[in-house]
Each structure stands twice: as structure tokens, then as C-alpha cells.
Design a protein. Structure first.
Length: 146
């Protein structure tokens, strides 16, 4: 049976491709999920993708992943910089966690330089555009093979 990877996107990422293409690119979230689902299939993985603008909903999905998923790929959006609740939920998840940021958060405002999620993440990809999700998937496939 193939392993399930949960792909989570946080607040405002539903607007991907619709606004600020100079920062976040032209691909919509649906485009990203379609490409990631196809690549996951090549690695023999299943992908469950979800997006929410609500912190508690993201916490619920991380908790649910404890019993359904081998790994989590997560762009927590602005909650990366603010949410201890999301960090706590991730700390209760046993599999690999990879954090993705479309933009290079270190090149942007100082308040984006710190991520609570990075304290838990096994890897962080930032500034690779939406390709970062595919890079994370490749890394996840490696981590889940071991
Ligand atoms: O670079 C990233 O992926 C971020 O996680 C995106 C967050 C931002 O708060 C983080 O600092 C870095 C913002 C997501 C907003 O996404 C939009 C996409 C298109 C149009 C408007 C917002």
C-alpha cells in the first residue's frame, strides 16, 4: 500500500496565481496540487492536499495526520511567524515534516525571518517559487524510503 503524504497550505495561499504574481508566481494552488499529485504518483506516494485560512483547522489536520500520514509538507503562510499552536501540533506528529515557502522569507521583512515551524521541520525550502513544493516532495520520497 502506498504511503500518504499530507500537503498543507495556510492562510491566503488560496489566492496563489490570482494576486501578487511578482512574489508568488502565476500558478494557482490547484495547478500546484495537480503537479504535486502527479509527481507523488511517480514516487509511489499518495497526496492529500488541504488549504485553510484558519489556525485551528490547520491544527486539526496536523493532529489527524498522526493516524493517516507518513509525512507532512507544509507552507504555513503567515502562521509560520506567529503560531506556537501549530508548532505544538507538529511536535506531536512523528513522521518527517518539510516546510515550504514560495518566496525567500530571509530576503523579505525582518518579521518573516523567524519561523516557529522551522524548530520542528526536518527541512526548509524557501525562495524556489512553487517548484519548492515539488522539491519537498522529492526529499519526502527519500526520507520515507529509509
Ligand atoms: O513565501 C511563502 O510561501 C509565505 O509562506 C507566503 C505567506 C507569507 O506570509 C509568508 O511570510 C511567506 C503569504 C501567503 C500569501 O499568499 C498569497 C498568494 C497570492 C496572492 C496574495 C497572497
Amino acid at each position: 500500500m502506498s504511503k500518504l503524504v499530507t500537503l498543507l497550505n495556510g492562510p491566503n495561499l488560496n489566492l496563489l496565481g490570482l494576486r501578487q504574481p511578482e512574489i508568488y508566481g502565476r500558478e494557482t494552488l490547484a495547478d500546484v496540487i495537480a503537479r504535486a499529485t502527479a509527481l507523488a504518483g511517480e514516487f509511489g506516494l499518495d497526496l492529500a492536499a488541504q488549504q485553510s485560512n484558519h489556525e485551528g483547522q490547520l491544527v486539526d489536520w496536523i493532529q489527524a495526520a498522526r493516524s493517516t500520514s507518513a509525512g507532512i509538507i507544509f507552507n504555513p503562510g503567515a502562521y509560520s511567524h506567529t503560531s506556537v499552536a501549530i508548532l505544538d501540533a507538529l511536535n506531536a506528529f512523528e513522521g518527517p515534516v518539510l516546510e515550504v515557502h514560495i518566496s525567500n522569507i530571509h530576503k523579505r521583512e525582518a518579521f518573516r525571518h523567524h519561523s516557529f515551524v522551522s524548530r520542528r521541520a526536518d527541512g526548509v525550502i524557501a525562495g524556489c517559487g512553487t517548484e519548492g513544493y515539488l522539491l519537498a516532495l522529492r526529499r519526502m520520497a527519500t526520507l520515507l524510503q529509509a
